[in-house]
Design a binder for this molecule. Structure first.
Ligand SMILES: *[C@@H]1O[C@H](CO)[C@@H](O)[C@H](O)[C@H]1NC(C)=O
Ligand SMILES: *[C@@H]1O[C@H](CO)[C@@H](O)[C@H](O)[C@H]1NC(C)=O
Ligand SMILES: *[C@@H]1O[C@H](CO)[C@@H](O)[C@H](O)[C@H]1NC(C)=O
Ligand SMILES: *[C@@H]1O[C@H](CO)[C@@H](O)[C@H](O)[C@H]1NC(C)=O
Ligand SMILES: *[C@@H]1O[C@H](CO)[C@@H](O)[C@H](O)[C@H]1NC(C)=O
Ligand SMILES: *[C@@H]1O[C@H](CO)[C@@H](O)[C@H](O)[C@H]1NC(C)=O
Length: 520
């Protein structure tokens, strides 16, 4: 009995310490000269944008920067304020932060302020994630932030109907009943970091258990296509039955952050359960065999999509461009140079979508041609002569040319800098700051573009909260002291809200208590 207990403990200990042993950041990173000016420029962009939000949209979800109005697309609880809080704290914008804490402490999450249903995914990553990260970053001195996190999660818990593994994606907060019959693996599989953190502070294990149950159910799906893609679950999922719907496989929207959270959640809970690491490793391995494609022009490395008719679609997206950073993060944790090297190639190909346009900013979606026989297939319209010419020059072509203030390319660029210390990533971030000031600046604020390949593009009249939460935070941290919010001390949720790692539980024999369980 004693022997088997001992070997079990030893087994857990070994898999844990071997599994996530690596340092993510390169040690002794030194910022190049000029970083202070770049950092100040990013703070200026944040302050200018946020002042415009305060003037024209305060308390609402989004600023409409051109018409100088507001919109409520996240149930009217003030999404931009809650989503911006961790960035304000990191930038040291104390007046904004105090004002935001006051505001957030008084949100009424018991009912939506709009006629919409509530998205469990969006509410988790922006509101729950924003509140918990601000609570942590400010040294737990504002208990109201935790109470509000608990309040909104207690409402969202109604999405797990009748003991189902998979939560419904949307709820009517007036009746606490679900409203959409279909969900996807991003919605259902991007909850663990926030809900387990709520468990850590409330000591109510139900939150962790609900979110893990959903992620485990997805990880147990085996794609029916063929062996090489067995680590890649389909995008659609039916909450009523927990079974996959359709067979579309992608690292892009609808699936993206499910993959992202497998390794990030493993990191956050110190790999207490190896299932999460194993599922991430299997997804990456299947992706290398099935989805990894090299463009005919420029030898650029992309992750393609795989559709229900078993065809490879040679498409990419701004959303999917988080993958390079995620592979760098996981590759370093696993000490696996194969994964790190591919991660760096993915980062380069995504940056190329920025470097190739008139504005120096990348498009929403794109396609490319690989050297295989079906290498032109995208599942969409064949390229026009103009797109072919662009492809011949740049190794990809634009299929939707808007920029809606998304973060993923600069997010992965931030990881590449912190992991390698190569200054080319600093230069890329600096070039993005210049492009933002030159092409997004309008009416004393900033706005997205309808056409990134036109220096005179019309601007989009909407400022998503992830501009404050993600784009400007990742840019700022790229130019900041690398020991500030180190990737060896924090894990970012998919909305760029950092969560602090617990000190690793590496002491022999003490591993049986899971770090995510409440301390007693
Ligand atoms: C600036 O805002 C005003 C007032 O809403 C608007 O009429 C004008 O079109 C905006 N300017 C630009 C360049 O969009
Ligand atoms: C929301 O509902 C809960 C449970 O009924 C209650 O404790 C809380 O005070 C309510 N919050 C607000 C802001 O009304
Ligand atoms: C939510 O439920 C209430 C009460 O039944 C109903 O009036 C409202 O239309 C529902 N909202 C949505 C978006 O379905
Ligand atoms: C823990 O949270 C769940 C989900 O909101 C709730 O149903 C349950 O009553 C809570 N348990 C305790 C002991 O507060
Ligand atoms: C590193 O990852 C690759 C790709 O998944 C895999 O083939 C290889 O076995 C891994 N190397 C080690 C040492 O685990
Ligand atoms: C992008 O802009 C360049 C320079 O104006 C132009 O030559 C090219 O045709 C444009 N490409 C597309 C696909 O619009």
């Amino acid at each position: 009995m004693l022997t088997s207990r001992l070997s079990l403990t030893l087994g857990v200990f070994c898999s844990s310490s071997v599994v996530l042993g690596g340092l993510v950041q390169k040690p002794h990173l030194v910022l190049p000269p000029g970083s202070q000016q770049n950092r100040d420029a990013v703070v200026d962009i944040f302050t200018t944008s946020y002042e415009a939000y305060r003037t024209y949209a305060y308390g609402h979800d989004n600023l409409l920067p051109i018409s100088r109005k507001f919109s409520d697309v996240r149930n009217g609880w003030g999404a931009s304020i809650v989503d911006a809080m961790s960035t304000m704290h990191i930038m040291g914008l104390n007046d904004f932060f105090s004002e935001a804490v006051q505001f957030a402490s008084n949100i009424d999450f018991n009912k939506s302020r709009t006629a919409d249903t509530v998205s469990v995914f969006e509410t988790t990553i922006r509101y729950l994630g924003g509140l918990l990260s601000a609570y942590e970053l400010s040294g737990q001195q504002f208990p109201a932030l935790l109470s509000k996190a608990k309040e909104v999660a207690d409402k969202m818990a109604f999405a797990w109907v009748a003991g189902n593994d998979i939560p419904y994606g949307h709820l009517n907060f007036s009746t606490n009943t679900p409203s959409h019959s279909q969900s996807n693996i991003a919605e259902a599989g991007t909850l663990t970091m926030e809900w387990a953190t709520l468990t850590k502070y409330t000591r109510n294990d139900t939150y962790r258990e609900l979110s893990e149950r959903s992620a485990r159910r997805i990880a147990s799906q085996k794609s029916s296509h063929h062996h090489a893609s067995s680590g890649l679950p389909a995008q659609g999922i039916d909450p009523a039955t927990g079974t996959p719907s359709g067979g579309y496989v992608t690292w892009g929207g609808g699936s993206d952050s499910y993959f992202e959270y497998l390794i990030k959640y493993a990191r956050l809970n110190d790999a207490a359960d190896p299932m999460f690491v194993d599922a991430w490793r299997a997804a990456v391995d299947s992706s290398i065999h099935t989805l990894l494609k090299t463009s005919k022009i420029g030898d650029l490395v992309y992750l393609a999509d795989y559709d229900a008719s078993k065809s490879i679609r040679h498409v990419g997206s701004h959303l999917a461009c988080f993958h390079g950073g995620n592979w760098l993060f996981g590759g370093r944790l696993l000490d696996n140079d194969t994964i790190v090297d591919i991660g760096l190639q993915l980062v380069d190909a995504c940056w190329n979508t920025y470097a190739s346009t008139e504005t120096g900013i990348g498009p929403e979606t794109f396609a490319y041609t690989s050297s295989e026989s079906d290498g032109f297939y995208t599942g969409g319209a064949p390229p026009t002569a103009k797109q072919l010419a662009f492809n011949a020059e740049h190794g990809f072509y634009i299929t939707a040319g808007s920029y809606i203030l998304r973060p993923e390319v600069l997010e992965s660029n931030f990881y590449a800098w912190r992991v390698t210390g190569d200054r080319k990533y600093i230069d890329r971030a600096a070039s993005a700051v210049k492009s933002f000031n030159r092409f997004l600046s309008v009416n004393n604020t900033f706005a997205g573009l309808y056409d990134v390949n036109s220096s005179s593009s019309l601007k989009i009249d909407d400022t998503e909260s992830f501009w404050f939460a993600e784009v400007l935070k990742y840019l700022y941290l790229t130019f900041d002291d690398p020991s500030h919010v180190s990737l060896d001390e924090y894990v970012f949720n998919t909305e760029a809200h950092p969560f602090k790692l617990s000190p690793p539980k590496r002491i022999y024999g003490s591993h049986s208590s899971s770090p995510t369980k409440p301390l007693s």
